[in-house]
Design a protein around this ligand. Structure first.
Ligand code: CP
Length: 317
């Protein structure tokens, strides 16, 4: 594997899941594979889990790690070609990226949707420039439209907890006070569409995801109906995708908050969320603290998904 930005880069998912189980059983089995190799992690946006889990995964493989927060201590980067750089951005991304590539062997990039242009966001303008200009393998630590390391960890978690071969998995929108990207729900849907699970997406009208991510999922506007018989509830907020509403908040309706009454409507479903989570907006304290909540093991699997991806990239250097 050269680059990792979506589910298709990983190839056969069953094989990737087997590799994840092997690594989870012995995280240090391949501790020489990254010897004298350097990972550079570049963050345009904040992170807790991605930063720590990816760094830990790289260390498990024997890699050196450098972390650059673009907004803290680095030169502000201009990203538009052709602008007269007489403002507050002293460096252009067109020089910065190949320079970064000089100092490392593998690059991880976090660059969220900026909501200035849907075409730019859905064209993955930032991470694609890293792929084009760095001369290094690049993997996504959440880009504008996808968060594949999260989705891979989500899949590992569902496989570990499922009680039937084809569980019913429900991706549910829930309210949030800030504008959030569609990357996590897009990506989760993309990965679920590669499984044979029963997959349902529920959200208020107006929150339809891009059709290429919805895929074969059933879309159900009645959250109660969607929850019936569910084995996994995957909660997430996202802003609107469609037309002029791109990047807008259309609802903060607390009727969509996931509480214990709704969870009781499922088949004793597990509760999942990528974190960070706004308590008593997305879900209530009691759901999050219930035995059915698996948000912590889900976060723990971020180390495993990152390690599989890094190992495969190292094997191809
Ligand atoms: N889930 C996730 O990506 O968490 P961070 O934003 O903290 O990295």
């Amino acid at each position: 594997m050269r680059h990792f930005t979506n589910v298709h880069d990983l190839g056969n998912l069953k094989s990737a899941l087997r590799e994840a189980a092997e690594i989870k059983a012995d995280k240090f089995k391949y501790d020489q594979s990254g010897k004298n190799k350097t990972l550079m992690m570049i963050f345009f946006n904040s992170s807790l889990r991605t930063r720590l889990s990816t760094q830990k995964a790289a260390m498990n493989l024997g890699m050196n790690v450098m972390v650059l927060d673009i907004n803290q201590g680095a030169w502000k980067l201009e990203t538009e070609r052709g602008v007269v750089m007489d403002g507050d951005k002293p460096e252009h991304i067109l020089e910065a990226i190949p320079v970064m590539g000089c100092y490392c062997d593998v690059i991880g990039v976090r660059a969220f949707a900026r909501f200035e242009s849907r075409d730019d966001d859905y064209g993955e303008k930032i991470i694609n420039q890293f792929i084009d200009l760095s001369g290094r393998p690049v993997f996504s630590m959440e880009a504008a439209t996808r968060h594949p390391l999260q989705s891979f960890a989500d899949l590992i978690t569902i496989e570990e907890y499922k009680k039937k071969d084809k569980p019913k998995v429900v991706l549910s929108w829930a309210p949030h006070p800030k504008v959030l990207p569609q990357a996590v729900p897009n990506s989760f849907a993309e990965w679920m569409n590669e499984t044979d699970y029963e997959f349902v997406i529920t959200h208020p009208e107006g929150y339809e995801l891009a059709p290429q991510f919805v895929g074969k999922a059933d879309v159900e506007y009645d959250q109660w109906k969607a929850f019936e018989g569910a084995d996994f509830i995957y909660a997430k907020n996202w802003s609107a995708y469609s037309g002029d509403n791109y990047g807008k908040i259309l609802s903060v309706d607390p009727a969509w908050t996931i509480d214990s009454e709704k969870m009781a409507h499922t088949d004793n479903a597990y509760f999942m969320h990528c974190l960070p989570i706004r308590r008593n907006m997305i879900t209530t304290d009691d759901v999050l603290e219930s035995p059915q909540s698996i948000v912590i093991p889900e976060a723990a699997n971020r180390e495993i998904s990152a390690q599989v991806v890094l190992k495969r990239i190292l094997e191809n250097l």
